[in-house]
Design a protein around this ligand. Structure first.
Ligand code: FAD
Length: 405
């Protein structure tokens, strides 16, 4: 009987443990989490803050699911140390031996070293506990500043504006426009206009320098001298893989724990999946790659045949402040000027509310932005993932009505 230890009980760890159970009825499977609650999906925290998702709808699986699947779940149990040579982990005050183990311990919200920290009313959002603290603070606040205009920052802003309609919400974005990773300049202009129309302020080129005030922040001071009044701040500056266990175990790390196509780390009996893993220089930080990696790793951990992991095409279809946005693959060239064979085709609707951009390289679509429209998203994702030639449709892509039929 194989003894498996999984550190982390969010999407990567839970999916991995279940996939192992599905492939091996005998294995002894332990899952450890330092959180007091079992797996909940983090996107639901947005609805939780907005008040549209109740506490009792947060958990992904009821407690008896773990029992039914014979997964030994250890809540509130921080794994302190991994001894890769001795095949054991230190947890709950003792050593537990394993045959194979997986790091699915994810990432932590990043707090930049702003002057004036720490302050009682400055938060990051990663866990249910964070979401509870943010809700409690928002109930008493008037002016909230969100530092960071990425996807999570925008979603947090929307949640606070929905859940607390009297709150004045201001988003500060360091870069020249919102969603630098998913959008280009033209798309961002449309989005920013729409967000302002909804009553949320957006300040771009806003480099936060200091949080002013005593124990609580009362103003955010920018590098250019501007100040923004606040009685609550949510910092949304990305997440960083939690490398503490991997480093202690002497595993090869970079931005994440380095894994090969089997999701195997530099120790052959230790695997890494989800936000903590780095494959071919990339830490994905999203749910779809975590699911894919976990399912592949389960087979590899049991030494069963199965495909290798080859990376995930990032694709996000979501509502940003209620506006549909799909961003897939590469949305801009990494070269300036763009390399030979690189083409960008844009389409804007007559009312300026729908913006589409298609990125084509050597006759194949490698990326796209669809803002304000999602009916063609599934088809575009399929075309990009399938890598099929698109020469015949290129002339139609600049038509905002073209729906790929
Ligand atoms: C508010 C929010 C909204 C999001 N929305 C989306 C979305 O819409 N789409 C999308 O694709 N992604 C989204 N993400 C990102 C997504 O949630 C992550 O990619 C995903 O949670 C990664 O899962 P994971 O299992 O790898 O790691 P994590 O979710 O980070 O979970 C790791 C777990 O391991 C535990 N742990 C860490 N160290 C130890 C230890 N030593 N011992 C025991 N336990 C430990 C942690 O406490 C945590 O519970 C969102 C994230 C947030 C915060």
């Amino acid at each position: 009987m194989t003894r498996i230890a999984v550190v982390g009980n969010n999407v990567a760890g839970t999916t991995l443990a279940k996939a192992i159970r599905d492939a091996d009825v005998e294995a002894e499977i332990h899952i450890f989490t330092d959180e007091p609650v079992p797996y909940y999906t983090r996107p639901k925290l947005i609805g939780f803050i907005a008040g549209t998702v109740n506490d009792d709808k947060i958990l992904f699986h009821p407690m008896d699911w773990y029992k039914k699947n014979r997964l030994q779940l250890h809540l509130d149990s921080k794994v302190e140390k991994v001894d890769g040579i001795g095949h054991r982990i230190f947890v709950e005050g003792g050593w537990l031996e394993y045959d194979k183990m997986a790091l699915a311990n994810g990432s932590k919200a990043f707090m930049p070293p702003f002057k004036g920290l720490p302050k009682d009313n400055v938060f990051t959002l990663r866990t249910l506990e964070d979401a509870m603290r943010i809700r409690a603070s928002a109930a008493k606040a008037k002016d909230v500043v969100i530092i960071g205009g990425g996807l999570l920052g925008l979603e947090t802003a929307r949640a606070l504006a929905t859940g607390f309609p009297d709150l004045k919400v201001t988003i500060l974005e360091f870069a020249e426009h919102l969603l630098m990773r998913q959008l280009d300049h033209e798309g961002a202009e449309i989005l920013q206009r729409a967000i302002r129309e909804l009553g949320t302020e957006v300040v771009t080129n806003a480099e936060t320098e200091e949080l002013l005030g005593g124990d609580v922040a009362t103003e955010v001071k920018l590098r250019d001298g501007r100040t923004i009044k606040c009685d609550m701040v949510v910092v949304s500056a990305g997440a960083r893989a939690d490398l503490s266990l991997a480093k202690g175990a002497g595993l090869q790390v970079n931005r994440g724990v380095v894994v090969d196509g089997s999701l195997r780390t530099s120790n052959p009996d230790i695997f890494a999946v989800g936000d903590v893993a780095e494959f071919e220089g990339k830490v994905w930080g999203m749910i779809p790659p975590a699911l894919e990696q976990a399912r592949i790793a389960a087979k590899k951990m049991l030494e069963l045949d199965g495909p290798d992991y080859a990376g995930t095409v990032p694709s996000n279809t979501l509502k940003v402040m209620g506006i549909d946005l799909t961003s897939i693959g590469k949305v801009r060239s990494e070269h300036d000027p763009p390399e030979e064979g690189f083409e960008e085709i844009r389409a804007v609707s007559a009312d300026g509310k729908v913006y589409k951009k298609f990125v084509v390289k050597d006759g194949r679509m490698i990326g796209a932005i669809l803002l304000g429209s999602k009916k063609e998203a599934a088809k575009v994702i399929r075309i990009i993932k399938g890598g099929e030639p698109v020469e015949q449709m290129i002339s139609k892509l600049s038509d905002p009505e073209y729906d790929f039929d």
